[in-house]
Design a protein around this ligand. Structure first.
Ligand SMILES: [Zn+2]
Ligand SMILES: [Zn+2]
Length: 298
C-alpha cells in the first residue's frame, strides 16, 4: 500500500510560535499541500512554569491571526486545525484550565517534558532517583496525574523518556524501558486513558531520533488496544519544515498492524474517528458536532 492510500493528517506540528521552532505557518501549509496531507494540526508549545524551556507562553493573538490568514488562503484545499501542546505542571492546573477556557482550540495535547523540575533529556533527571525502577514509576505516575487532570484531549509521546534512557542509561534497552521497570503503572495509566476517553498520541518523531521508533513503542500500543483503547492521534512533532509528516505513514501502518483501523483527529475538541484507509469523501469537512448544523467550510 502506498502512503497516498492512507488518511494523512499530521496532528503535531510546531511553527515559529514555538520557542524551539522557526517555520512560518504559511510554509507549513504549502508543504502540507505538496505532501498530499488532508489536514494539519498546529500544536505550538505553551507553558506556565517559569523554569520551562517553552516559557514564556506563546503569542496567542498573533498565532490565531496567522491561523485565520492561512485558513483564508489554503482552507479550500487543506483543513488547518488550531491546536496547542501544553506542558503539564500540576501546580498550574487552574491556570491551564483558565487559559483554555476562552480559546477556540481544536485540539489540546498534554505533554510531560520534566520530572520534579528536571528536563527528561538531562542527566540530572536520571540521577535524581535512587534506582531506575523508582525513576520510571515516578515518570508514569506523573503522566497519570496529567490524565487525571482532565485538561487534555490526548497524551503526547508517552514513552518519550526513552530518549534520555538511550543517552544516559543504556541504548540497548531503551525500547522496553517503561514496561520493564514500570509495567503495572503503565497498565494503570492505559486503563485511566481509556476510561477518561482521551486519546493516546502515536508520535512519529522517534523514527528520526536516536531511538528509531515511535513514542510510545509497539508493545505499549498493543497493551492500550488490549485495554480497550480506541482513540489514537498521529503526529510528526515537526520542528523544522523537512520534518513535517515525517514517518506519519509508518506510524499509521504500525497502528493498522496492531488492530487500529481508525485514526482520531480533533476538531473543536471533539474526536473524529476516520478510517486510516478506505475513507470516503472528506471526513473532517463533512463532520458536524451532534445537534448542530454542518460547519461552513474552513
Ligand atoms: Zn513534546
Ligand atoms: Zn511537540
Amino acid at each position: 500500500m502506498s502512503a497516498t492510500d492512507l488518511f494523512l493528517c499530521d496532528s503535531h506540528v510546531h511553527t515559529r510560535f514555538s520557542a524551539d521552532a522557526d517555520t512560518p505557518l504559511e510554509k507549513v501549509c504549502r508543504q502540507a499541500l505538496l505532501l498530499g496531507l488532508r489536514a494539519v494540526c498546529i500544536t505550538d508549545h505553551v507553558s506556565f512554569w517559569a523554569g520551562d524551556r517553552n516559557f514564556p507562553p506563546f503569542d496567542y493573538r498573533s498565532f490565531k491571526r496567522a491561523i485565520d490568514r492561512c485558513r483564508d488562503r489554503f482552507g479550500h484545499r487543506l483543513t488547518i486545525l488550531m491546536g496547542v501542546e501544553v506542558d503539564y505542571h500540576s501546580e498550574h492546573e487552574a491556570q491551564i484550565a483558565d487559559y483554555l477556557a476562552d480559546k477556540p482550540f481544536d485540539f489540546v495535547l498534554g505533554s510531560l517534558h520534566y520530572l520534579n523540575g528536571r528536563h527528561l533529556l538531562t542527566e540530572e533527571c536520571f540521577s535524581q532517583f535512587a534506582d531506575l525502577r523508582t525513576l520510571m514509576a515516578s515518570y508514569v505516575e506523573a503522566v497519570h496525574e496529567m490524565v487525571a487532570s482532565e485538561l487534555f484531549d490526548a497524551i503526547a509521546h508517552l514513552d518519550w523518556i526513552k530518549r534520555g534512557w538511550h543517552q544516559y542509561v543504556d541504548p540497548a534497552t531503551a525500547d522496553g524501558c517503561l514496561l520493564t521497570y514500570a509495567a503495572r503503572e503503565v497498565e494503570d495509566l492505559l486503563e485511566a486513558v481509556r476510561e477518561s476517553n482521551i486519546a493516546l498520541e502515536l508520535n512519529a518523531s522517534g523514527y528520526r531520533r536516536n531511538v528509531g521508533q515511535p513514542f510510545p513503542n509497539r508493545e505499549i500500543l498493543v497493551r492500550y488496544r488490549e485495554a480497550g483503547g480506541r482513540l489514537i492521534t498521529v503526529g510528526s512533532d515537526a520542528h523544522r519544515l523537512p520534518e513535517l509528516a515525517y514517518a506519519v505513514a509508518e506510524a499509521l501502518e504500525l497502528a493498522l498492524s496492531v488492530g487500529f483501523e481508525e485514526v482520531t483527529v480533533y476538531r473543536e475538541r471533539q474526536p473524529i474517528s476516520i478510517p486510516i484507509r478506505a475513507y470516503e469523501g472528506d471526513p473532517l469537512r463533512d463532520w458536524a458536532p451532534a445537534g448542530r448544523p454542518q460547519l461552513e467550510p474552513l
